[in-house]
Design a protein around this ligand. Structure first.
Ligand code: SF4
Length: 361
């Protein structure tokens, strides 16, 4: 039988009834599980004889901690070992406010999207995560946040994998993570990021789960974008932004556009003007990202981050054209906090080392 982390509220109610107990106990157990960051204070709930033992027989979670690294800036990166021995990354990112933090979750083991600058892409795709494996990342970073005396305020699906290619499991996990009755993070504090999978954006809009949407655009024109993101050959900039328009209209939530500044690739003032022309009328916000360089890309390109002066000029050009543009702080560069890097380094400890690259989406 699955571990407790795999159950939705409704499924666990059915399971508890199937075990011969009243359904009402299911919510009590799940509430303690989620508010306890994956650990249940059994002494605080009254349960029928044998139910606790039955739950424990299947286990609460299926993953274990393989590696924990902490950067001097407070970023904590965890490598979790899944039930089948594969590993997946999750990150706790401290907020500027000393009492808050954000968590970044992965949705797949590896990724099939092949983004050229991404460490995860280099390892290829292995499999989708289950909803429980996604929820367990949330619980693990919730424990980290509590240990750091911070409240986990925001969850972003920007780790390993393309969430839209595992949307059913992502939404199932989000429905638990964002479930008010389970004492977790609210919908408004959850963001799902995509490289621009148009059917996925439409499915997310139709799901009725009102999370924020972030789109990794990284270039304002199809040619530059397709060089960076192979999916750009399938879904052009105009089509992706039209889907984003529909998402904004359906949910009332402003879409965030992720834009990683790469020296000499997408960081000219002309790129900024093109981006402003696209986004200005849409009132979408721009998150400018710093690239974490670690070596050759998939296509053998040695990407470099834009200089501070170039990045500042790019942001100023956007703001001069009335766009809301922020720099997202680089997280934990000392521990390879860009997606895929920790797992890649860990893997290189047990297999022949290979080239590494940064990842940002
Ligand atoms: S940047 Fe994201 S979508 Fe692209 S290959 Fe890496 S993990 Fe996959």
């Amino acid at each position: 039988m699955p571990a407790l982390s795999e159950y939705s509220v409704a499924d666990f109610e059915h399971q508890v009834v199937a075990w011969g107990h009243p359904a009402v106990h299911a919510r009590k157990i799940l509430r303690r599980f989620y508010t306890g960051a994956g650990e249940i204070a059994w002494e605080k709930i009254e349960l029928p004889k044998g139910l606790r033992e039955r739950v424990l027989a299947d286990g609460l979670v299926g993953s274990t901690l393989a590696t924990r690294q902490q950067d001097p800036d407070g970023t904590v990166k965890l490598l979790l070992r899944l039930g089948d021995g594969r590993t997946v990354e999750t990150v706790l990112m401290p907020d500027r406010r000393s009492d808050r933090a954000a968590g970044c979750l992965s949705t797949q083991v590896g990724c099939a999207m092949g983004c050229d600058f991404c460490a995860t892409a280099q390892a290829g795709f292995e499999r989708n995560l289950t909803s429980g494996e996604i929820a367990e990342q949330f619980l693990a970073i919730q424990r980290e946040a509590r240990a750091a005396r911070r409240k986990l305020r925001t969850i972003v699906f920007m780790g390993m994998g393309e969430p839209m290619h595992n949307l059913d499991a992502v939404l199932a996990a989000v429905r638990r993570i964002g479930h008010g009755e389970l004492g977790a993070v609210g919908w408004a504090q959850i963001a799902i990021s995509t490289v621009g999978i148009v059917p996925g954006i439409e499915a997310l809009a139709a799901s009725g789960v009102p999370v924020a949407l972030a789109i990794s655009l990284h270039a304002p024109d199809d040619a530059t974008r397709a060089r960076l993101l192979p999916t750009g050959r399938r879904y052009g900039v105009a089509e992706v932004l039209t889907a984003a328009d529909r998402y904004q209209a359906a949910t009332g939530r402003v879409v965030n556009i992720q834009y990683c500044l790469l020296a000499g690739v997408n960081d000219s003032l002309e790129h900024a003007r093109q981006l402003a022309a696209l986004l200005g009328p849409r009132r979408m916000h721009v998150n400018l990202l710093r690239y974490n360089p670690t070596g050759l890309s998939l296509r053998g390109v040695n990407y470099e981050p834009s200089s501070d002066a170039t990045a500042d000029a790019f942001a100023a050009e956007l703001r001069a054209r009335k766009l809301v543009a922020h720099f997202r702080r680089s997280r934990g560069p000392d521990i390879a906090a860009a997606c895929g890097q920790l797992r890649q380094r860990r893997t290189s400890m047990v297999s022949p080392p290979h080239a590494t690259s940064g990842a940002v989406a």
